[in-house]
Structure formats: structure tokens, C-alpha cells
Ligand binder design. Structure first.
Ligand SMILES: C[S@@+](CC[C@H](N)C(=O)[O-])C[C@H]1O[C@@H](n2cnc3c(N)ncnc32)[C@H](O)[C@@H]1O
Length: 222
């Protein structure tokens, strides 16, 4: 097995050469399901900055609907379900969805294969909590505005969106993936009908750079 990061980047580069921004995720997860590769972001725990935020705001869903974007192997979705939300979690990779269903066979989470850029119309402004961790940064910058708009579109009036992403300073974009976000990128979330509640720049526990943790809300009267 090769270095997981290098292998993922090689798959992404190959897909990019074919003008395909997302096909490499399915290839990677299919290989992982076959035991032939490792998924570099598969930590097997909910993101610590999500857990920390949930504790700080006293998060409890009381059965309200939540949506997890690009859910991968489901740790953040299971965390939201444990906090009392009725969770739908989706990923563009059918193999990831099959893998997470097998991993949590008793789960209350509805795991679905879906593309952020072609979401069901029933999901429009339907979720009281939306969790977006590392999907936007995994997509090329040319898709950034569309990705952010699609995520914002799922937040219900009065609902909240929590976003966690790698930070990058202003200046030339790195050769991704990932393509970390500038402050201007984070501000795109407020260009889509949401208001910023809190935007923080926090050190990552791994010591590997900084992370944005940003909370947004859709105003009730819209
Ligand atoms: C870097 S991973 C992060 C996974 C997970 N959110 C986490 O933090 O561990 C990005 C995830 O987004 C998914 N993804 C990428 N493009 C997508 C799209 N267009 N629609 C839905 N999911 C997508 C990938 O399959 C992958 O699971």
C-alpha cells in the first residue's frame, strides 16, 4: 500500500486531467473497501473542533433534521445523531455509503449517495443543522462558489451551518487537493443568504496548520 496522501493526490490528478473533479473519490473508496488503499481523512472519530463547538453551544437536536455534507465514513453523522438529530448524510461515492452502512448497521442515520451539485429539491432549506467538514476544500477552486451555494441552500430558516476547513493565507493557490480556504472564501457563505454567527481561526491539534471553524445561520424571516 502506498502513502495514503500521495495515492489520493495521484488519483485526483488523474481525474483532473480528465476534467473530472469528483470521480477519484469513488475510485479511492472502492479501493479502500477492497482493502487495497487507505482513505487519508478517515480518522474514525468525529472532528474534535465539531465536538468542541457542540459542547460549547450545548447542541441538542430534539429530533430536528440535520444534514452532513460529504459524510465519508460517518463519524460526524453518528455524532450528530447521538446529539439528538434526525440525520441524513450523503456522499458522492457509493462505495463510501456502502462502507458506512456496513460500519454502522444499527444506525439511525439515513446514508445516501448524492452529488452536492445535484441535490434533491426536497432538501432545499430543509435542515436545522448542516455540517460541512473538508468537502469544499476537497474540490477544485473553480467549483468553490457553486459548492458553497449548494451547501447554504440546504439550511432551513432559523437553521445553523457549521463549517470546518483548512485555512490558507491570501496569495497563490496551492496545487491541491486539498485547496484550503482564505477568509474571502469563508465569507462566501454569507453571500448566500446566511449570517455569520462566529468565524474562528484555530490551531489544528495535529500541529499541521490552522483551521477555520465558522458558524452561520439563515435568518427566520426570508
Ligand atoms: C476530504 S473528504 C472529507 C470527508 C468527511 N467530511 C471528513 O471530514 O472526514 C471529502 C468528502 O467529500 C465527498 N465529496 C466530494 N465531492 C462531493 C460531491 N460533489 N458531493 C458529495 N460528496 C462529495 C468525498 O467523497 C469525500 O468523502
Amino acid at each position: 500500500m502506498t502513502d495514503p496522501d500521495l495515492h489520493a493526490r495521484a488519483l485526483a490528478a488523474e481525474a483532473a486531467a480528465n476534467n473530472d473533479a469528483t470521480g477519484w473519490f469513488e475510485r479511492l473508496y472502492a479501493e479502500a473497501e477492497a482493502g487495497e488503499a487507505a482513505v487519508p481523512w478517515d480518522t474514525r472519530v468525529p472532528h474534535p473542533l465539531l465536538v468542541d463547538w457542540a459542547d460549547a453551544v450545548g447542541l441538542h437536536g430534539h429530533g430536528e433534521p440535520a444534514l452532513v455534507i460529504g459524510c465519508g465514513y460517518g463519524d460526524d453523522a453518528e455524532f450528530a445523531a447521538a446529539r439528538g438529530f434526525g440525520v441524513t448524510a450523503f456522499d458522492v461515492s457509493p462505495s463510501a455509503v456502502a462502507g458506512v452502512r456496513a460500519r454502522f448497521p444499527e444506525s439511525t442515520v439515513d446514508y445516501v449517495a448524492a452529488d452536492l451539485f445535484e441535490l434533491p429539491s426536497a432538501w432545499r432549506q430543509a435542515y436545522q443543522l448542516v455540517i460541512e467538514i473538508f468537502t469544499v476544500q476537497a474540490l477544485p477552486e473553480r467549483l468553490r462558489e457553486a459548492a458553497v451555494a449548494a451547501i447554504c441552500e440546504t439550511v432551513a430558516p432559523g437553521g445553523r451551518l457549521i463549517v470546518i476547513q483548512r485555512q490558507r493565507p491570501d496569495g497563490p493557490a496551492p496545487e491541491g487537493p486539498p485547496w484550503p480556504l482564505t477568509r474571502a472564501d469563508i465569507d462566501l457563505f454569507t453571500a448566500n443568504g446566511l449570517a455569520a454567527v462566529q468565524i474562528e481561526l484555530l490551531p489544528d491539534a495535529s500541529g499541521n496548520g490552522a483551521r477555520w471553524r465558522a458558524e452561520f445561520r439563515r435568518p427566520v424571516a426570508q
